[in-house]
Design a protein around this ligand. Structure first.
Ligand code: HEC
Ligand code: HEC
Length: 236
């Protein structure tokens, strides 16, 4: 019987902790669990979020104040908590997009779309988007890209396979899916090819730039390269 009680107690505790973490109003980031556990024992986390924006020094003072109130933490824990508070509730918190799981490595790095294009696309589509013989279609002045705001995005994420015409040229190759790129990178590259090389002069004025959220959504559609080709056919 005691074992059952112990079991129920542990389960309940785990559930409460998990609930506290998932419902936590705090931004996700390294150390957030520790902050939730330590700071919630005496008052709600809204005390923390209400103070968001203060400097690292002020967070350090706040932590000392809490220690005077009786909070017990190890020096190592103090460091983790201070780093978290100064970063995520500090004067310059990372933006929502920087926090998405696909971008944890890219924190504090800005995306250079032209450079990404050079690395990921130019080998086939060439530096000025002019395409390569009969092997890769041009992206500069390619009407298909400008007919539909999402088409190029689908090609990058899911690939393309099937015979296509661009201008007076025919291609029957394969574009490999580039799904390894992170959402922000894909959004940046696609926005780049939709505006570079004079494409911005040709595209409809109501063409809103793609956001990383658009990419997340398109990624979840999991199309085959042939289905993307079908999609292209319907754009004519
Ligand atoms: C031992 C209890 C205790 C713990 C643990 C605790 N606090 Fe507090 N905290 C207090 C008390 C007491 C107040 C003061 C006033 C009140 O209740 O309005 C307070 C107030 C605050 C305030 C409001 C502004 C201020 O300086 O009074 C902030 C911000 C705050 N706490 C942050 C934290 C953070 C961050 C943690 C975790 C690292 C934490 N607290 C953990 C007891 C605690
Ligand atoms: C390995 C070569 C290769 C690479 C690398 C490559 N592509 Fe492609 N891409 C192709 C080929 C080949 C096609 C045409 C496929 C077909 O014939 O069905 C294509 C088609 C496209 C199309 C559709 C064009 C149309 O008219 O429908 C877009 C948009 C596109 N690529 C964008 C990109 C972008 C952006 C990158 C970099 C993230 C990239 N491609 C990287 C080979 C490549």
């Amino acid at each position: 019987m005691r074992r059952i009680f112990a079991y129920v107690f542990i389960t309940a505790t785990v559930v409460i902790i998990v609930l506290a973490l998932t419902q936590s109003p705090l931004p996700k980031g390294p150390g957030v669990e520790l902050v939730v556990t330590k700071c919630q024992t005496c008052h709600g986390l809204e005390y923390l979020t209400d103070s968001a924006g203060i400097s690292r020094e002020m967070w350090a003072e706040t932590i000392s104040e809490m220690e005077e109130y009786g909070m017990e933490i190890e020096p190592q824990e103090r460091e983790t908590i201070l780093n978290y508070l100064a970063t995520y509730l500090g004067p310059h918190p990372p933006s929502e997009a920087d926090r998405s799981p696909h971008s944890s490595k890219s924190r504090n790095r800005t995306i250079d779309a032209a450079e990404l294009y050079r690395q990921s696309c130019a080998a086939c589509h060439q530096a000025q988007g002019e395409g390569m013989g009969r092997l890769a279609p041009p992206l500069a002045g390619n009407e298909m890209l400008l007919k539909d705001r999402r088409y190029a995005l689908l090609v990058v994420l899911h690939g393309l396979e099937g015979e296509i015409e661009v201008g007076d040229r025919t291609f029957d190759g394969q574009m490999p899916p580039m799904a390894h790129l992170r959402d922000e990178q894909v959004a940046a590259i696609v926005n780049y090819i939709l505006t570079a090389w004079g494409n911005d002069q040709r595209r409809p004025t109501d063409f809103a730039p793609l956001s990383p959220e658009d990419v997340t959504k398109a990624r979840s559609e999991s199309l085959t390269p042939q289905q993307v080709w079908e999609y292209r056919r319907k754009l004519r």
